[in-house]
Design a protein. Sequence first.
Length: 395
Amino acid sequence: MSQSIDVKHELNLIKGLFFLFGLLIMSWVPRFPEVKANLKLTNGEFGSIVSMGAFGNLVALLTIGHLVHKYGARWILHIASLLLAISLIFLTHSTSSFLFLFFIIIQGGAISAFHISINSQGFFFQDRTKRQIITLLSGFWSSGALISSMIAGLLVDRVALGTYTNFLAGLCFVVMTLIIIRLSPNLVKANINPNSEHSARDMFKGFKIDASVSAALMLVIMLEYAVSDWAAIFVKEDMNILSGIHTLPYILFTLAMIIGRLNLHNLLPHFSIDYLVVRAALLSGLSFLAGILAVSITGTSNKTLVLIILSISFTVAGLGSSFLGPSVMNAANTRSKFPSSVVIGQIGVINIVLVFVMRWVIAWTAQATSLSIALCIPALMLLAAPYFSKIFKSA
């Protein structure tokens, strides 16, 4: 058996997995307009079918936390990374809505499985070393998403969508597999303590909805979901910005999230987390609303002005919302008596249901009115997030 690796090397490998996770699952998001065109769907239909990945999310969230605690993280990570690569290839080649629906559900389950496993590893490392790293690791996830967005934007109209995702899925899968193998001595192991045994039945019997945490998490992450789902379509189709350039606001949003996540630790010695959350949520929500309102007033005739407004708005919104989601998850872990893998699953179950509903609301609001109006919904939700800042006082 391989020997344990030192703390520094372990953290670098975990960072690498978070980076590749973001790179892989976000690689097709900037090219959603092409995917939507392949499927010949309206905004409402496309938004609805993409959100169906929540069914896969839900199954994984109900089971994977228990499996990681009982059997360890290694094989969950291997299987999830394989399914992520396979589903991405099929999703970007499909012209059949039925086939697309099947693989969006598979991808949803794989994303949640990998998410639970790798975040459990992050909490395991954090508990052993007493270093706050969850927000930092989220920054590496966002870095992967950013690189992926930049590559996708550069290759639009140059490399076919299918060719691009085939190569990227294969590359990411191979590298992730090698990292998991190298990290295996330090991965979360199968539980051998009968006093801390949690059966699947116990998870359901002990299932507890932390209403404040669930509400806070939904309010703070919906903007990131909405930007991922709709930013490329909104900028390209509604604002008539050229292909390639249309990914700039999304890229800046993601870059700002990375900056915020990687630098939160510099603010914590000077400000409490609840103080930062309140101000960051208000900053993010108001900035995003201002940008949408401004381009609605100015119209699309001056495309340079539109792109500047959206770039500034998305950048400030990304910076403000950067650490909100990871901070809520950290609070959830602190407030719960369950193992971190189970906490992630339990919190995720109720949240994925709420997010599923909200993604449908945003999609069909866009279909019935406009994307400009629909994108105001997650921004308004952020403005309500400060009400739940009390969850951090006990974290």
